[in-house]
Design a protein around this ligand. Structure first.
Ligand SMILES: CC(C)(COP(=O)(O)OP(=O)(O)OC[C@H]1O[C@@H](n2cnc3c(N)ncnc32)[C@H](O)[C@@H]1OP(=O)(O)O)[C@@H](O)C(=O)NCCC(=O)NCCS
Length: 172
């Protein structure tokens, strides 16, 4: 078994697996367009023969924070180490970018504790709140645990839109 960076031909398998786990809210749904656009965020786990086992993604907010997202293993391949292999690969990737804090939101904190993640108050992760939570219908009824590993960020790059930063005159 190995983990490697995803390539565009993996998008079909990634989309199918995420879709199968998004009906009940286990994972956030991802359209093909989102997966294509963010394919460089994804890592896949596969057998030595190249059979797809699962996927996960690392979203970089900036030098202060990254997030593990969309981590999943196909039903028939569970409990063989693929999930752990993906988490380790994504943590290594975050380390290669010198990011001191990796966060994630999950309903299964027990799985991530073994990798050093601890539960944190979600308000410690304002970038995550502005990126996803602010537009989520479950904002005030969220059943996910916020977790982080490393030094919590003391800065954020996302936030309320400041008009002077976004109204750039068009150069036609
Ligand atoms: C969570 C998931 C990725 C684990 O993948 P996996 O390949 O089975 O994981 P591994 O084989 O590396 O590790 C298995 C270990 O994780 C533990 N584990 C699996 N699911 C768990 C859970 N819900 N809570 C706590 N521990 C869990 C297993 O008990 C097993 O422990 P053991 O090694 O002591 O027996 C997989 O179950 C999955 O795809 N789940 C659905 C999607 C999901 O919930 N993703 C997380 C979204 S944040």
């Amino acid at each position: 078994m190995r983990a490697r960076k995803a390539r565009l031909p993996d998008a079909n398998a990634i989309h199918g697996l995420i879709r199968s786990l998004s009906y009940d809210g286990t994972l956030l749904p991802r359209s093909f367009a989102e997966i294509y656009e963010n394919i460089r965020d994804f890592t896949v786990a596969e057998t030595d023969e190249g059979e797809f086992l699962g996927c996960g993604a690392l979203h970089l907010y900036g030098p202060h924070l990254a997030e593990i997202r969309s981590i999943a293993v196909s039903e028939k391949s569970k409990k063989q180490g693929a999930g752990g292999c993906l988490v380790e690969a994504l943590l290594e990737e975050a380390e290669s970018h010198c990011v001191p804090c990796v966060c994630l939101f999950t309903r299964i904190p027990g799985f991530f504790q073994r990798f050093g993640f601890v539960q944190v108050d979600r308000t410690a992760l304002p970038d995550k709140i502005y990126k996803d939570c602010a537009n989520c219908p479950r904002l005030n009824a969220c059943d996910e645990f916020a977790m982080a590993r490393g030094t919590l960020p003391d800065t954020a790059v996302l936030g309320p839109v400041r008009v002077e930063e976004h109204l750039v005159p068009l150069q036609i």
